[in-house]
Design a protein around this ligand. Structure first.
Ligand SMILES: O=C(O)CCC(=O)C(=O)O
Length: 255
């Protein structure tokens, strides 16, 4: 599943989609888990648009077990520099988009700045991993928006201005941005997104009768990331693997 092409695409664009990462049965288990959480903490009856829940894995054994059983870390490890460990994340983000929500984001953000961590450190991490639980093959079904390559231009900007300039770069550092894309993929896809990549919440142009969007996100920090965060944001590929001899070029690697 993890081809040199996927690694090259991730390095170039700052994100990639791995279709078929979860079997249909696993997607079903994840959706039941999300259903239990949204039933316990429901949105207001007339609410539409994004709705997020943030359960902690330490308090939710079934969530932690499902994370382990889905072998997410195994799918991500080939993208990381050899030998970097990948601890279990602390928190999950259960992301729903309830239609209709006819909206396109104007500008992106970067995670972890409002609020920062308790000690004031920007809440940087290595990679955002999304599990698409509903079909997002078409656009405007709640898909995540990304600005491809912005992880590299932001890394350049932070090298010039210093890593600590990130603290005030809200909502996103002042770099030139490309045309955004919506991330598309069928249910069961895994989406990898570099921490520095400009991104935002998408719209859902369906009607009240259409299926809500469901994605689970994990913010993964490779071992030692908190101590290394200044290096990680000024040298954006430092925590990531080289694609190897056959995948060094992105020629032929699609989006
Ligand atoms: O709703 C989404 O897919 C994106 C959420 C997002 O941008 C975020 O939580 O930082």
């Amino acid at each position: 599943m993890t081809t040199p092409c996927a690694i090259s695409t991730f390095r170039r664009d700052g994100y990639c989609v791995l279709p078929g990462a979860l079997a249909a049965g696993q997607v079903g288990h994840w959706r039941s888990l999300l259903d239990r959480h949204i039933t316990a903490q429901p949105p207001a009856p007339d609410r539409t648009g994004p709705y997020f829940l943030w359960p902690e894995l330490a308090n939710e054994t079934d969530l932690r077990d499902l994370y382990e059983d889905s072998r997410i870390a195994d799918a991500i490890r080939p993208f990381l520099r050899a030998g970097l460990g990948l601890p279990t994340p602390e928190v999950a983000q259960l992301a729903f988009t309830i239609p209709p929500h006819p909206h396109h984001p104007g500008a992106p953000h970067i995670d972890g700045l409002t609020p920062t961590e308790d000690d004031g450190r920007p809440g940087t991490f290595t990679v955002l991993v999304g599990l698409l639980l509903t079909d997002q093959s078409q656009r405007d079904r709640g898909n995540l928006w990304v600005w491809p390559g912005s992880h590299l231009s932001t890394g350049d900007w932070l090298r010039v201005h210093g890593a600590d300039a990130l603290r005030n770069a809200i909502p996103y550092p002042p770099v030139e941005l490309p045309t955004p894309r919506q991330v598309t993929g069928p249910a069961g896809s895994l989406v990898l997104v570099h921490y520095l990549l400009a991104h935002n919440i998408g719209g859902h142009f369906g009607t009240t009768h259409d299926e809500r969007r469901e994605t689970v996100y994990f913010r993964l920090r490779a071992d030692g990331h908190r101590e290394r965060w200044r290096t990680a944001v000024t040298d954006p590929l430092v925590e990531f693997a080289q694609p190897g001899p056959m995948g060094g070029s992105t020629t032929g690697c699609g989006r």
